[in-house]
Design a protein around this ligand. Structure first.
Ligand code: HQG
Length: 182
């Protein structure tokens, strides 16, 4: 994807995950906003004055990750939110094992306190090791991969939620369900 689309994708994520009020947008409880309202807000910036719904669709189809979706004239981010209003995600039974890629320097604290969402609304988990590696490499060239016993956690009542096909969400994950992959 060229620079124009990468920058547009980042701005859309910023608007839909972190600061909708800067664009005079109000997300509904599941994080949706009208595509036209988003486009109108973006077009106020000369950089995006020609942006169209086709551009949004191009980003969704060509991004390395499935970050956004469009349906019925609305658009939302699948995950990543940090706004005060908690986005309601659909609870679902997770795969038996999930993964989490993180800098090695965080593992001591995680094995003590569990996985916490920190600035975001949910903890982000990966459906496979490759995805977890990709997440961890954002902050550590040789990240730790944590293995989550999601099956036992779910049986014990820990809630999991759908992000996209590679990303699962949880409120927190206690340390007893986590092992560092050797
Ligand atoms: C760590 C990107 C110390 C956690 C990615 C992570 C993902 C703890 C960091 C998505 C901790 C939070 C989210 C504890 C958790 N002690 N550190 N107890 N509990 N942490 O960015 O999961 O490209 O908020 O391990 O690919 O890294 O933006 O979460 O390292 O899918 O679409 O606290 O964002 O997607 O970092 O990444 P983040 P994340 P996009």
């Amino acid at each position: 994807m060229d620079k124009y689309y990468t920058e547009l994708s980042k701005e859309i994520s910023y608007a839909l995950r972190h600061a909708p009020w800067e664009y005079e947008l109000e997300l509904d409880e599941n994080g949706w906003v009208s595509v036209n309202q988003l486009l109108n807000a973006l077009r106020e910036n000369s950089k995006w004055e020609k942006v169209t719904e086709e551009d949004l669709r191009y980003i969704i189809e060509n991004s390395d990750k499935k970050r956004h979706e469009i349906s019925n004239g609305k658009i939302r981010a699948f995950y990543g939110h940090s706004i005060p209003q908690k986005i309601v995600k659909e609870a679902a039974e997770p795969p038996k094992i999930l993964y989490h890629g993180t800098p090695v320097r965080f593992t001591g604290s995680i094995m003590k306190s569990g996985l916490l969402p920190n600035k975001r609304q949910y903890v982000h988990l990966s459906a496979d090791i490759d995805t977890a590696l990709q997440v961890g490499k954002r902050r550590d060239d040789n990240p730790a991969i944590l293995v989550i016993d999601a099956e036992t956690a779910w049986k014990d009542g820990i809630m999991f939620y759908l992000g996209n096909d590679k990303v699962w969400l949880a409120d927190t994950v206690p340390a007893k369900y986590i092992k560092v992959m050797q």
